[in-house]
Design a binder for this molecule. Structure first.
Ligand code: PMT
Length: 250
């Protein structure tokens, strides 16, 4: 199976030395890529600026901005007949400065307000390309989209909303306020949230084990043409959302 993984942050420059970004280190995405390659998949890793070594057997494409990450992601999905999974672990900047100066801005040239414009949503763009004849779509069984949601509040409700809005097979929710979870940590406590509201809760575990659970799940989903079987992956607690959680979304 072909697995494309995005990882790390994006940087949105306002001049050659200043940028907007976030604390993602790429650990989660590199763990997914490493695990997928270890299990024999054909892996492309599209990485924002991070200081990690390329995992063995992985094809790496380095990018800086969200727009570049979108461009390389679309390029990597050009073969719709291959069974493909797109795993978006990257913390993509939603906004970028409206302009980027060619030279370092002097203090007196800068204003106290920064004009921003929206960046493209990579997952949503891929999800919405369904009418393009040569592009795989989430509706076709040969492309599965998997997202991540780093949240600080209403974690599961927000994750469920993003899962539906972005047309995902499932989304991995992590509460980044919890110790040992989220940006830069070696571990994570995650919940896989499915479009029908089903949830799989995992204990705190290494990102490598989260990656292993994710890859096993996409293998199972692909084999089943996008539907999750009743058996689940084994070493975790399976639960349904409480009534409130699945209906609280705005
Ligand atoms: O890299 P680490 O230090 O190991 O940290 C891992 C992580 C915390 C970055 C990772 O576990 C994680 O949660 N990644 C998602 C970060 C996030 O906040 O995503 P989001 O809620 O903004 O977006 C939801 C989904 O849409 C994500 O899959 C994201 O990759 C995708 N997205 C978001 C914005 C955008 N413009 N394009 C996108 O494709």
């Amino acid at each position: 199976m072909k697995i494309v993984v995005t990882a790390g942050p994006t940087r949105e420059y306002l001049d050659p030395v200043r940028f907007l970004s976030n604390p993602s280190t790429g650990k989660m995405g590199f763990s997914v890529a490493a695990e997928a390659a270890r299990r024999g998949h054909d892996v492309t890793l599209i990485a924002g600026p991070v200081a990690l070594k390329t995992p063995s057997g992985v094809r790496r494409v380095d990018v800086v901005s969200a727009r570049e990450m979108l461009e390389k992601s679309l390029e990597s999905l050009k073969h719709p007949n291959t069974q493909t999974v797109f795993v978006s672990t990257a913390a993509v900047a939603d906004w970028r400065p409206a302009t980027c100066a060619a030279q370092k801005l002097k203090k007196h040239e800068m204003s106290s307000t920064l004009k921003l414009v929206r960046n493209p949503d990579i997952l949503k763009t891929i999800s919405q390309l369904s009418k393009h004849p040569n592009t795989p779509t989430p509706q076709r069984p040969n492309l599965l989209l998997v997202g991540f949601a780093a949240e600080t509040n209403d974690v599961l409700a927000e994750a469920a909303r993003k899962c539906r809005e972005k047309g995902l097979a499932f989304i991995v929710a992590n509460d980044v306020t919890e110790a040992g979870s989220g940006f830069g940590t070696a571990t994570d406590r995650v919940t896989f949230v499915y479009p029908d509201g089903r949830q799989e809760k995992f204990p705190l575990m290494t990102k490598r084990r989260v990656a292993a659970a994710l890859v096993r799940t996409v293998e199972r989903l692909s084999a089943e043409g996008g539907r999750l079987s009743a058996e689940g992956g084994g070493d975790f607690v399976r639960s349904r959302p409480s009534r409130g959680q699945s209906r609280r979304d705005p």
